[in-house]
Design a protein around this ligand. Structure first.
Ligand SMILES: Nc1nc2c(c(=O)[nH]1)N[C@H]1C(S)=C(S)[C@@H](COP(=O)(O)OP(=O)(O)OC[C@H]3O[C@@H](n4cnc5c(=O)[nH]c(N)nc54)[C@H](O)[C@@H]3O)O[C@H]1N2
Ligand SMILES: Nc1nc2c(c(=O)[nH]1)N[C@H]1C(S)=C(S)[C@@H](COP(=O)(O)OP(=O)(O)OC[C@H]3O[C@@H](n4cnc5c(=O)[nH]c(N)nc54)[C@H](O)[C@@H]3O)O[C@H]1N2
Ligand code: SF4
Ligand SMILES: [Mo]
Length: 680
């Protein structure tokens, strides 16, 4: 019997598991730390995934029309030859910015740093990632306030405030168990969520907020905390800038006004503000809904401001920065390989600058002074093109043509906004490549599908996204199935054909890890004996990575980019649509059995939720004459789909929840078949 430690990426919780093997066969998978049973049931279905009959295990070429694929198996050599020839000719005809890359670093693991390195070396700034709608987004907003991302320490906390998290043993179990352990220890739990879920039932306070109004509640809390002087005066004086302006702004949000906006009770708003501010070590952990609202930036900024002015930074909320001693992910990415002219052409720079090179460059000097390196890419959300602007350029050729897209370990078509527009964009490409495990709706639009390894089949030196001074390791357990390859081998193969061999000189991914670990006097073989290697933090915490070096309550970068430097609230509803479209579609609420667009081909999981379900309050079902289990059409100003109705008394009346990411892998492929019944 042999034991290996492995990072599961069936979802982005990245649980550490211990895999027991006998004669090369997996016998059992357990939580790495037996004292904390932080894994979900999905991981046990590894065999159904690895050996699934539909898994792509050889390179495929579409010899049919785009979107009506006729797959032909080809060799890796030929696939890489043809793809690189096409990339060269597209780049020669339309310029290097005409090639786009869409990648999900967490799904790829060992892709950390390498995909961007490749993008930068081929001269394209048009890199996007679905982290745009996830923690990558939060990280950029955090940077405006602290210069880096902040992470909660549940073990130290005595008050936890959750904005719309639906954590459970099947959705981010490590966080769920961390929250529950702190709560059992006596930490107060404040749950802000229109739905009362399992955590809401256990919470000390449940605030059934009107959807999309979190920024207003947060501004109301700031109003109470500043009005009643509940903040940490010393921290505010010594470590922050802009308190006066902030105090002036939040006068506009007294609890009575906020109560009207949010549908919450004014006294409850006051009481919860006091509970939070009077705690010794409160935390506001990241949750995804505040990444997806009309008021996202303000809501996230308010959370950052609260953590700071109440004095929790450095106690229960850590702003640690990157590590030193090895080349960071950001350095591996070689952002300097792109000229300033090309960076300025990054799509979205003009209208959405914060996430692009333009936004990141405003932190450049501060980043050098604080962390020693200019272009830190925090959580892969930095220096990135604006996805909708990129898709528009792919569709229309404006402001310049984009003619090729490499999709690496994500499901671009189903994961970004305006799916019809993305479909049109893909149909207007001269080259589409998907590096995948399955023939997803996005892969069905490709000219070439390249078979990728999965997490049990590769060694991984992480983490995939850079937020803390630490390295993690994941040991390889299985040989890659069929001809599946690691992302390193794919990028190396392309780089060699594009005249960039010197930047991918290592024979294989382990040799690359050896090179990266060499400054620590470690080989991959040695390093991978331990699941984590702490690094020396790049900063002692005396300076924040913002232009002022302080916590910017009033953001100088937002101001320079022409935005309101202070948080504010904007009504999420569009009253002109209310008559024709009386129901509101609700953000989020992930399905316990799946992971975003993944895992619907796993029979054991699919049995649990065979069809997509629209959740609706029974009162609304009666109002619209709908029955449980009935198929209905749902129409918005931009599209429509069919879905089954399910009564759910927790869903707020007037709102419905539609799960995202559905397609039916068992259904036939191609546009004629709606790309295997994808919900487009
Ligand atoms: N099983 C499983 N686990 C997953 C995933 C999966 O697909 N399946 N996905 C992973 C990923 S990528 C992510 S990002 C995380 C996300 O995990 P969470 O951050 O927990 O997000 P959701 O599961 O979408 O739950 C969203 C919650 O927000 C509430 N909500 C909706 N609108 C609002 C609002 O306007 N304000 C407030 N305050 N609350 C609101 C909903 O009622 C719901 O309880 O989960 C990860 N874990
Ligand atoms: N409407 C709507 N859109 C959303 C969201 C939402 O709530 N609503 N949530 C957003 C969020 S939080 C996120 S994180 C994104 C996720 O967006 P994506 O990353 O696009 O979603 P996934 O379903 O994780 O896509 C992963 C794809 O990679 C493939 N894959 C998985 N593992 C591997 C691997 O090891 N190697 C290779 N080569 N391929 C692999 C899978 O087969 C799958 O097709 O979606 C965002 N989009
Ligand atoms: S929650 Fe489950 S699927 Fe996600 S990483 Fe952990 S074990 Fe894997
Ligand atoms: Mo996510």
């Amino acid at each position: 019997m042999e034991k290996k430690h492995v990072t599961c990426v069936f979802c982005d919780q990245c649980c550490h598991v211990s895999v027991e093997t006998e004669n090369g066969l997996i016998k059992a998978i357990h939580p790495y730390n037996p004292a904390v049973p932080a894994i979900c049931s999905k991981v046990q279905l590894w065999d159904s995934y690895v050996n699934h009959p539909d898994r792509v295990v050889k390179p495929l070429k579409n010899v049919g029309e785009r979107g009506e694929p006729k797959w032909q198996e080809i060799t890796w050599e030929r696939a890489l030859d043809e793809i690189s020839e096409k990339l060269k000719s597209i780049s020669a005809n339309y310029g290097s910015t005409s090639v786009a890359i869409s990648a999900m670093p967490i799904n790829l693991q060992s892709g950390a740093g390498l995909v961007r390195r490749f993008a930068n070396l081929i001269g394209t700034p048009n890199y996007i990632t679905p982290m745009e709608l996830c923690v990558g987004n939060t990280a950029q907003v955090h940077r405006t306030t602290y210069g880096w991302y902040t992470a909660p320490v549940y073990e130290k906390s005595d008050c936890i405030v959750l904005f719309g998290q639906n954590r459970s043993l099947e959705n981010w179990p490590q966080d769920y168990l961390g929250i529950m352990a702190a709560h059992q220890r006596g930490a107060k739990l404040i749950m802000v969520d229109p739905r009362k879920n399992e955590l809401g039932e256990k919470a000390d306070y449940h605030l059934p907020i009107r959807y999309g109004t979190d920024a207003a509640l947060l501004l109301g809390w700031l109003n109470v905390i500043i009005e009643e002087a509940l903040y940490d005066q010393e921290f505010v004086q010594t470590k922050t800038v802009g308190f006066e302006q902030l105090a002036e702004r939040v006068k506009d949000y007294p609890p009575e006004r906020v109560a009207e906006i949010t549908g919450l009770d004014a006294e409850l708003i006051r009481e919860t503000a006091r509970v939070y501010a009077n705690s010794e070590r409160a935390v506001i952990p990241w949750g995804v809904v505040t990444d997806m609202q009309k008021n996202s930036t303000s809501a996230l900024r308010c959370q950052c401001i609260l953590r700071a002015i109440c004095g929790f930074i450095g106690k229960s909320e850590m702003v640690v920065g990157p590590g030193t001693g090895v080349l960071s992910v950001s350095e591996l990415e070689m952002h300097d390989a792109l000229s300033e002219d090309i960076k300025a052409k990054q799509l979205g720079t003009e209208n959405y600058p914060l996430f692009t090179y333009k936004g990141a460059s405003l932190f450049k000097d501060a980043s050098i002074e604080t962390f020693g390196y200019p272009h830190y890419n925090i959580a892969d959300g930095s220096c990135m093109a604006h996805p909708p602007t990129l898709f528009e350029a792919m569709r229309t050729g404006r402001p310049y043509p984009v003619k090729a897209i490499l999709v690496l370990g994500n499901n671009t078509l189903l994961s970004f906004a305006n799916q019809k527009g993305i479909l049109e964009a893909f149909l207007n490409q001269e080259l589409v490549v998907a590096y995948e495990n399955f023939l997803t709706p996005t892969a069905q639009l490709a000219d070439y599908v390249l078979p990728g390894d999965m997490w049990l089949e590769r060694p991984a030196l992480g983490p995939a996204i850079e937020v803390r001074p630490i390295l993690t390791t994941s040991q390889q357990v299985l040989a890659p199935r069929g001809e599946c390859k690691n992302i390193y081998d794919v990028l190396k193969g392309l780089a060699e054909r594009l005249g960039l061999a010197e930047y991918f000189p290592w024979a294989n991914v382990e040799a690359f890890y050896d090179w990266r670990l060499a400054p620590l006097d470690l080989t991959w073989e040695q390093a991978s004996q331990k699941p984590a290697i702490p690094l020396k933090p790049a900063t002692d915490g005396s300076r924040f990575g913002t232009p002022s070096g302080k916590v910017e309550l009033y953001s100088s970068v937002l101001e320079q980019l022409g935005y309101d430097p202070l948080p504010y609230f904007r009504e999420p509803d569009d009253p002109t649509l209310a008559e024709e479209y009386p129901l509101i579609v609700f953000v989020g609420l992930r399905e316990p059995t799946f992971y975003n667009t993944c895992l619907r081909q796993i029979p054991e999981l699919r049995k649990r939720i065979p069809e997509p379900l629209l959740l609706m309050h029974p009162e609304d079902m009666e109002k619209y004459g709908l029955k449980e289990g009935e198929w209905v059409w749902v129409e918005t100003p931009t599209g429509k789909l069919q879905i089954i109705v399910k009564a759910d008394s927790v869903q707020p009346p007037g709102t419905i929840r539609i799960p995202h990411g559905w397609w039916k892998p068992e259904k036939p492929q191609g546009l004629k078949n709606h790309l295997s019944d994808a919900m487009l």
